[in-house]
Design a protein around this ligand. Structure first.
Ligand code: IPE
Ligand code: IPE
Ligand code: MG
Length: 242
């Protein structure tokens, strides 16, 4: 199946915010008789390339799903390998100031190793003023977990008398999520052939255009993104209107 295009659509047809469920690393490795963590290593390279390409196209924000609240079920050495890749990525991000990417981590950081939490804070602080592209890395992220936390936060504000229940509307609810202040994704891409969200951005995806592709994430190239962007450009977004 050819899911590539050599050029992207015109800039005014591009989404402002893209979500990517980076899936298929394990199958990529299995096909080659390699350990799963090699697939994650290749997937991490793809991630860097695709973010740079999206930035060059003028896309404002990319949210990548790197580790779900359910991924802790995986073998310990695979989880460790994924955390190591993250450390490496954050280290590189801090060195390559020329990338001009603003980094934000979405998800519950508390269960993460202490050194990683520190590195995340530093990388977020140092990249705060960058204007090239916003890169949200969803890490120990779950859409349901995010919604429950938001609800709890609003309930606490009500108990303290800072908020009345009838003041809770969609805007306030959005502001209690990890993506507070950011536009919803216009477009969510999932490679690897699976056709599900797997707990990704459940609230924010309300009106996102969804695209499922067959390519495995480590094989994903800028040409695959071009193809997906053409697909997006051809969609008729109605938001419930006519
Ligand atoms: C996605 O690739 C990366 C993470 C979930 C961390 P997978 O590891 O899920 O790859 P497959 O789905 O087994 O091929
Ligand atoms: C979703 O992929 C999570 C990430 C890509 C980080 P999974 O591979 O964990 O999802 P399922 O298990 O196929 O639904
Ligand atoms: Mg998977």
């Amino acid at each position: 199946m050819n899911e590539t295009a050599s050029t992207p659509p015109a800039r005014d047809l591009l989404p402002r915010h893209i979500g990517i469920i980076m899936d298929g690393n394990g199958r990529w490795a299995a096909k080659r008789g390699l350990p799963r963590k090699m697939g994650h290593q290749e997937g991490a390279k793809t991630f860097g390339k695709i973010v740079r390409y999206a930035r060059d196209l003028g896309i404002g924000a990319v949210t990548v799903y790197a580790f779900s609240t359910e991924n802790w079920k995986r073998p310990r050495d695979e989880v460790d390998a994924l955390m190591d890749l993250l450390r490496r990525y954050l280290g590189e991000l801090r060195q390559h100031k020329d990338d001009n990417a603003r980094l934000l981590i979405l998800g519950d950081r508390n269960p993460l190793p202490e050194d990683l939490r520190q590195t995340i804070l530093q990388a977020e602080q140092e990249s705060r003023e960058n204007t090239g592209i916003t890169v949200n890395v969803a890490l120990n992220y779950g859409g349901r977990d995010e919604i429950v936390r938001g609800a709890r936060q609003l309930a606490e504000a009500c108990l303290k008398g800072e908020l009345r229940p009838e003041e809770i509307d969609e805007e306030r609810f959005s502001a209690a999520l990890y993506t507070a202040g950011q536009p919803d994704p216009d477009f969510i891409i999932r490679p690897s052939g699976e056709m599900r969200l797997s707990n990704f951005m459940l609230w924010q995806a309300a009106y996102a255009e969804l695209i499922f592709m067959h390519v495995l994430w480590p094989d994903f190239t800028p040409e695959h993104l071009n193809w997906a962007l053409w697909e997006y450009a051809g969609r008729n977004r109605r938001f419930g209107g006519v």
